[in-house]
Design a protein around this ligand. Sequence first.
Ligand code: ZN
Length: 628
Amino acid sequence: MDYFKKIKEAALAILPKEAEVSSIDFEGPEIAIYTKNPKIFFENEALVAKLAFELKKHINIRTDKSLLCSLEEAKKKIMEIVPQEAEIKKLYFNAPFSEVVIEASKPGLVIGKNGETSKQIILQTGWTPNIIRAPTSKSKILAGIREFLHKHANERKKFLHNVAKHIYREVEVKKLWVRLHTIGGFREVGRSCLLLETPISKIMIDCGINVANPEEAYPYLDALDFSLNELDAVIISHAHLDHCGMLPYLFRAGYKGPVYCTAPTRDLMALLQFDYIDVLVKEGKEPPYSEKDVKEAVKHCIVRNYREVTDIAPDVRLTLHNAAHILGSASVHLHIGEGAHNIVYTADFKYGFTRLFDNVDMKYPRLETLIIESTYGSKEDILPRRLDAEEKLIQIIRETVQTGGNVLIPVFSVGRAQEVMLVLEGYNRKEPLNAKVYIDGMTKEASAIHTAYPEFLRKTVQRRILQNDSPFTSELFHEANSADRDKILQEGSAIILASSGMLTGGPSVEYLYKMAPNPDNTLIFVGYQGEGSLGRKIQRGLRTIPYVENGKTKALEIKMRVETVEGFSGHSDRNELINYIRNLKPRPKRILVGHGNKNKCIELSRYISMKFKINSIAPQNLDAFRLY
Ligand code: ZN
């Protein structure tokens, strides 16, 4: 019997007659049950839990169309039901899902104690509330994405239905085999891309771009011997371009299927992809895709929370796990062929303390093959203790601002920027820095997106955001625009966080030009400086840099103090990589090492084989492995 029918019958068998189910729909890997009696689901909460458990699916309860009241009336009622203190910022209806989207500053008050307020919304209006958090500071990109998804709700509904049809299609049971192809990002950093194949599924994991190397920028997609629309699913681990920069290209090339990632990854990657197009266009280069393709990718995202098990193909189940690298970053667990083979792809991860995130997930139900990063994989790659790094950073800042000097910290707009913000905010609370911190460039947007997803942050940060004491909106922080820069620097005692992190362009370079001649100022590097970047050259001692003024190139002398503070990395250092493997449960049978320079990958993989007696290898791009 057809799978849909089977699930529907199983659901109906669990539900009592009074549930008055009018239809059961598949929305991608989730199930929507439309009812004429939503009340019964509130009175008997175990019912939804039982359905979810028995059917192994996420269940959405929606009211039958006949119970939906008019949009105006519904809006009026909702404003009456929800207390004003919830601060509803936006309210709109997604008719195809019988859903009212309520964006509020305090979503907890829209939900109410024991969900009482949201229940009232359903009972009195028929519309099911989808409650989302408004960011504490404005984010154009977040607003844009939410509006875009709303505008395309009809299309999304159809898309999700088709995805479900594809996942739960009837397949001929063949003898299982599992093969993994390395398409990019092995023995190198950049263009990460993997392809997993079974007799019935093809799944791509990450699709990155190497921004620093135009010669070898893209993964080997042209080596695939099938067309991209034959892919069943794409999974994106996190929003850095070396993991997702090529995703929109897949849509340009004909892919129309789902992209699985977390909600913050969806939003942050759109931000970074738009910026990538912008940068290329400004440099007079042709981007591999357009803004339309980025939007197409957003439209096809199916967002998942950490530790939520999801069917993504007839024989593959996906779970995303906290990787503690950047907001929404995930390690990917794949359960293949009813558990015949299990893979964990760590992607970029931090096995060590960070102020932003809870500890990385270490326990998996089953695991045979581990694919691990090795950015800091060589035995020299030992980062200083986090606390020492923080104290050194604060000390340099205090020395500079005491004399009225300004501090420039070039940061990656997603990740390091917010980590450094939390450090500054924390120390300032203990003993005031007597300085203003200015956030410039894309970092503003990225930080605002952080405040919309507190559930992805460390519990202590989460609590503060929920209690309206968000560290990101502390009085310490000020937004800066290009027009304010001179004034900020004149005032003195300013700490400036600006992208790009490697001084390859953007506001950080603008500040550098203005600040470099003054020996009272300090430039502090807190992140990795890529080979060939201006940041790396200055770090190595370059003190005269070219500077273009009125079309003429001049030489600019760097007289400001230059410091490097290591230890803020979002990657695990060598010791952390080793300890991760040691403490990982269960112990993998095979380890593939990637995402590191050639020597680091090889060195780490040899050490693993020797130390843990686990079959370990550092593949090249375009290798293929039979895993099962
Ligand atoms: Zn990354």
